[in-house]
Each structure stands twice: as C-alpha cells, then as structure tokens.
Design a protein around this ligand. Structure first.
Ligand code: SAH
Ligand code: F3S
Length: 482
C-alpha cells in the first residue's frame, strides 16, 4: 500500500465550466497525476472546443474519451489501465466512441499502446496537443494516430485554457514545461522533455484574464519553477548563446513573481514546485516584499541522507538543504513548508532512513507527500542500481515517515489555535453543507459556518479547533487587507 497525505478527490474526471452552445460533439476528459496534467487538460479542452467539442461528465455520452496520464510510479500507470478497461466496456456498447491517451504514459509507451491496448485509437504526448485536430481527422478516417514528438519550445503560451472542473476561484498557470534536472529515479525528463520557459508577457496576460473572470488565486506551475528563465528565448540549455542584451534583460523566477504580484495586487499568488538546488534567496525576498504572494513553499527533498541524495542526483547535501530551511525561517517566519519523500530508494540503509526521520524532525513540515520507491524503466536508477530494498522494508519505512508527518502536521495546525487567519473561500466543506472550506496563505485548509459569506470571499477566520490537516473556526468579517 502506498500512502500519501493528499486530497485525492481531484483525481479523475473534470467538467468544463463554460460550454459553447454551437458545439455538437461531446468530449469526456479525465486527468491523473500532477497539477501540470490538470492544467494541460484545460489546454486540450480549449483546442477541442474549436473543433466542435463540449465536455460531458457522462462517459456513455462521449464521442471522444481522453485520459491524461501519469507515469511517475507504477501504481499511477495501473490506475490508468483500469480506466482503459472501463472505457472498453462502454466502447463495446458504443463502437463509434474514440479513445485517446494523452500525457506521460503516452510519451513513455508510444506506439506500444496501440498494440497492447486495442481499445486506444490515439496516442498524444505532452508537447503534441496542437496536433490534435489533425490526429482526430486521421482517427475519423479509420487510422490510428500517434504524435509523441517532444518539442524544445512548445509552451502553449498562445492558448487560453478552458477552465475545467474548477471552483471559479483558484486556477493554475503554467510557466515552465519539462525538466532538465535528471534526478535518477524520475521519469519526467523523459516524458516531458527539455526544460523551457514561457514568455512572461503571455503569463501576465493569462493572469489578467483570470482576474477579469473573477479568479482570486493563481498557482504558477512548473516541474521546477525556480529555474524559470526568459531571455527572449525560453530553452534553458540555449541560454549560453544569449546575447549580452538578452542577458541584461532576462527575467528570472523572482522577477516573474514580482511582475505577477504587481499586475494583480488583490490576487493571491502561489507557485509549485520549488527545487532546493535551484531556489535562490531573491525568491524569499520577493515573497516577503509582496503580501499577496502566499507564504508557502513546497520544497521536495526525497531523502535526509546526503549519500542517498547523491545517488538520486539531487544537487545538494542534507546540510545545504537545512541551511535553506534556516534562511526561509529567518526571512519568512510564518512560512509553511511541505515535502516529497521517497522511501526505499536503492541501497537505502536503516541509517539513511533515520537521517530522513531526523531531517523531518528538524523541519517539522506542515504537509507531506510520501511514496515508496517505484523503479521506472529507462531512468538512470533503473539502469544502474538494483531495486534492492525489500517491499516490506519500504512499506515499514513509509509507515514511519507518514506517522511522523502526521505528528508534525498536527503540531503545525495547533499553532493556529486562538489566532485569526485569512481564508479564501473555495467550496462547500466536504463534511457539512452548512460550512465553507478554504485555505490560509500557508495552504492549510480551514472550515467554518457559511453565514452570509460566499465562494471567492476573503474572510478572517478565528481558529477554535483543529484536526491534523484542518483548521476549524468562525468567520469574524471580511479581510481588511483586500
Ligand atoms: N519537480 C516535480 C516532481 C514531480 S514528481 C514537481 O513538480 O513536483 C513528484 C514526486 O513524485 C517527486 O518529488 C518524488 O517524491 C516522487 N517520485 C518521482 N519519481 C518517483 C519514483 N520513481 N518512485 C517513487 N516516487 C517518485
Ligand atoms: Fe523529476 Fe527531479 Fe525534475 S524529481 S521533475 S527530475 S526536479
């Protein structure tokens, strides 16, 4: 069993907010995996809206079924295979229905999908979505269609995403695609290609558009946002050829953050994911300068052991990571920090595992996402290292770190007791239709009685009680600072 402290309710299907009355065809689109996949599905829905598709949440009604897939762990791929079986059952009743696989699994398995899974008509990698109209045409003419070409410059910066399944309050805006870090366990550099950054002007335009539509919070997305770099071109590895002028006017992540924060001073700005090896202090200073940038950093570390970090090709030691944590605490005293951890990476000893536990004690993370190591074909770890930690040991270590994280999460939520925090209302609480649910700037979920407030309001909430993951309180008025 793989454990993970995460809200999984989002996984799976999403329904579009706006429908075009003239569109006659029906698209059923589901997303699995990371936020980037959910964001990509919004780009796909936008491209297909121009091809006459509205989305539906009824699989049985669909002319086209698309599943945006994740390859990060074997379990993620198994989930998608189960979904394909389900589509197959529906397709037997409605043979005209077409099925397409998008995203990382499409990229990883390519044409193999068509042979292995007879049900699949179309395989489309993460950089090929603009080719969907052509691919659809091929499928309609009775041919299978594949495009898994990775691009060096595609950022979909010119496509206005159609917002799917959202709350109309919070949205993702992608700023980089791909990853150049080559962590040895990770399949992302293979499935999503080289790292490239999106033109800051197109990012600001998208943020302004979201603000006009009433959105109150955006999350800037990238596999590694800290390495965002725009110098007139977006491909990181070509920066060495940039002219002096391009270098002098380049935009880094801290500058981008400030541009976005200034463009929409009433919006909350978040970002994900930060990478310890690329995060610089100027980002922390930008965060402290603009109160609308939320004090929350997702800072995956994967392991507390320097030896394992080296095997993982993470470019920092345990001590360097701790130093970065110290700087965050100094510059942003109320900043929440969360982690990703992997247990049972090849050669991990009990001592390495203890080093992870002690690093967790040092940081006392607010939240965590914890996984057992899953060997991914083609990665450096799979080629060079034997997956030698027994499953039972991986599981036990995972249970230990999850239990410790739960203690720390409980400790963190308790620190809010008696305080008044700003909450952006996102939706009805899952537990009670009399309560709203939203998040604090630190990303902690807070629930409280609805009274006269509504979704999208910023309210001050007095915290009276808490669980491990949730703050419970009463609203005491609108947030003055807005
Ligand atoms: N930089 C990315 C990381 C994507 S993967 C981001 O935007 O978050 C998310 C997490 O999955 C990683 O931080 C890591 O903890 C976990 N992960 C990646 N590859 C894995 C593997 N082979 N086995 C287990 N967990 C893995
Ligand atoms: Fe994967 Fe490491 Fe990039 S975890 S996404 S290769 S930063």
């Amino acid at each position: 069993m793989e454990e993970k402290i995460i809200d999984e309710s989002q996984q799976g299907q999403s329904l579009v907010l706006e429908q075009r009355p003239e569109n006659r065809r029906k698209l059923f689109i589901e997303s699995y995996g990371c936020q980037m996949n959910f964001s990509d599905s919004e780009i796909v829905a936008s491209i297909l809206a121009n091809e006459g598709f509205n989305t539906t949440n009824r699989l049985e009604d669909a002319d086209l079924v698309l599943v945006n897939t994740c390859s990060i762990r074997d379990k993620a791929e198994q989930t998608v295979r189960k979904r394909l079986e389900k589509y197959n059952a529906v397709k037997r009743i409605n043979p005209k229905m077409k099925v397409g696989v998008l995203g990382c699994m499409a990229e990883r398995l390519k044409e193999k999908f068509l042979d292995e899974e007879k049900i699949v008509d179309m395989v489309v990698g993460p950089d090929a979505y603009k080719d969907l109209p052509n691919l659809l045409q091929e499928v309609e003419e009775g041919r299978d269609a594949v495009n898994v070409i990775l691009s060096k410059d595609e950022t979909y910066g010119d496509i206005a995403p159609v917002r799917l399944g959202g709350n109309g309050v919070t949205a993702f805006v992608s700023i980089t695609r791909g990853c150049d870090n080559m962590c040895t366990f990770c399949v992302v550099p293979f499935t999503r290609g080289r790292e490239r950054s999106r033109d800051p002007q197109s990012i600001i335009a998208e943020v302004n558009d979201l603000a006009e539509k009433g959105y109150q919070e955006i999350t800037l997305l990238g596999q590694n946002v800290d390495s965002y770099l725009w110098y007139g071109g977006g491909l990181k590895k070509d920066y060495k050829h940039a002219t002096e002028m391009q270098r002098a006017t380049a935009t880094g992540f801290a500058q981008l953050l400030e541009m976005v924060a200034e463009a929409q001073p009433h919006m909350r700005i978040r970002f994900s994911t930060s990478n310890p090896q690329d995060m610089t202090e100027d980002v922390l200073h930008s965060m402290s300068k603009y109160r609308n940038i939320c004090n929350y950093i997702h800072l995956p570390v994967q392991s507390g052991s320097t030896r394992i970090l080296k095997e993982m090709n993470r470019q920092h030691t345990r001590e360097e990571y701790m130093h970065l944590i110290d700087r965050i605490r100094e510059i942003l005293p109320d900043c929440a920090i969360s982690q990703d951890m992997i247990t049972g990476f090849p050669t991990e000893t009990e001592e390495d595992h203890k080093a992870t536990l002690s690093l967790m004690e040092y940081v006392k993370y607010d939240f965590g996402f914890m996984f057992m190591y899953s060997e991914r074909p083609g990665t450096l770890a799979a080629r060079k290292l034997e997956d030698d930690v027994p499953l039972e040991t991986k599981k036990r270590r995972l249970t230990e770190i999850v239990a410790l994280q739960q203690q720390h999460s409980a400790y963190r939520t308790q620190q809010f007791l008696g305080k008044t925090v700003e909450v952006l209302i996102e939706k009805e609480s899952k537990k009670s239709d009399l309560q709203w649910s939203g998040r604090t700037p630190q990303n902690t979920v807070a629930v409280f009685p609805k009274e006269h407030y509504k979704v999208g309001d910023f309210v001050n909430v007095h915290i009276e009680d808490c669980t491990t993951a949730t703050l419970i309180g009463t609203a005491v008025g609108y947030s003055e600072k807005r």
